[in-house]
Design a protein around this ligand. Structure first.
Ligand SMILES: Nc1ncnc2c1ncn2[C@@H]1O[C@H](COP(=O)(O)OP(=O)(O)OP(=O)(O)O)[C@@H](O)[C@H]1O
Ligand SMILES: [Mg+2]
Length: 261
């Protein structure tokens, strides 16, 4: 199961990614969670202890590794470098495992056509494609906010894309944009996840205003989410209501996949 999580900035992509990753891990599935945000936060939401977090560095910032693999220093424009560097050892070598979730930080990845042709983007695109081709049991991609980085060549491989929304017109507007882009590049299995929902009115609003997408589930607003963050604890364990919601979402996703097969 390969899941990409998208949505407007701050809607709860990282929170959802952490919940789903932990839910799958607790089902004894092999999970690789990938933080593709330039300022990574997934380790925090998963409650990784600080000694493990200090071992994580975004691949995008590993200048020496990028130079070793591509043959050119990051930031170089022009000149020669390989567009297809070796990346197969990276997921194991640079990820950290905690409570059954393997986490890799990629840093910002521009998968669209607009990114620079430079060593770091060659490296990240190759790595991303490699991750999508790998036979990981469960891959969860916590994507950067916005839509412009979704590339045709790579995101095709995800089994489902989850678009996180808050009960606001603005975040639904972004979801509509993401939907159009995702459909343009051929992703069919798209779901909406309503986050920070306060009451039935919010649920009704999301159900009536959805940009034509099925709702996978809802996460209630809960101040304990911020508390977990401050305490450095996993949101999955600290907020039982959200754990239960994640469990139901996974059940629905798995049932959907069985139907497709
Ligand atoms: N269900 C919830 N209840 C209360 N607060 C929440 C909930 N979900 C997320 N938050 C809070 O909202 C903020 C943004 O959440 P999160 O980091 O998961 O969003 P994001 O979409 O990944 O953001 P970014 O676009 O910056 O990566 C955080 O402070 C988080 O604690
Ligand atoms: Mg995030």
């Amino acid at each position: 199961m390969k899941l990409a999580i998208t949505g407007k900035g701050g809607v709860g992509k990282t929170t959802l990614a952490a919940l789903l990753a932990q839910e799958y891990a607790d089902m004894n599935r092999q999970v690789l969670a990938v933080d593709a945000d330039p300022s990574p936060c997934l380790a925090g939401a998963l409650g990784f202890p600080s000694e493990l977090r200090s071992k994580l560095h975004p691949i995008a910032e590993m200048d020496e590794l990028i130079e070793e693999r591509t043959g050119a220093k990051p930031g170089t424009i022009g000149g020669f470098f390989t567009l297809n560097p070796r990346v197969d050892d990276i997921p194991e070598r640079f990820s950290v495992l905690y409570k059954g979730v393997r986490l890799l930080e990629m840093g910002s990845v521009d998968l669209g056509g607009s990114g620079c042709i430079c060593p770091e983007s060659a490296m990240l695109k190759t790595l991303f494609t490699h991750l999508l081709f790998r036979k990981d049991d469960v891959l969860i991609l916590d994507m950067y906010a916005g839509v412009e980085h979704l590339g045709r060549a790579t995101v095709d491989f995800v089994d489902a894309m989850l678009i996180v929304v808050e009960p606001t017109r603005r975040s639904l507007g972004t979801a509509g944009q993401i939907k159009r882009l995702a459909q343009d590049i051929g992703i069919k299995n798209l779901w909406l996840v309503g986050n920070k929902v306060r009451n039935q009115e919010d649920i009704d609003f999301l159900e009536s205003e959805t940009p034509g997408l099925p709702l996978l589930g809802f996460l209630h607003v809960d101040l304990a989410v911020q508390e977990a963050d401050r305490l450095g604890l996993p949101v999955y364990e600290y907020v039982p209501g959200l754990k239960k919601a994640a469990c139901e979402m996974v059940r629905k996703l798995e049932a959907g996949q069985t139907e497709v097969l």
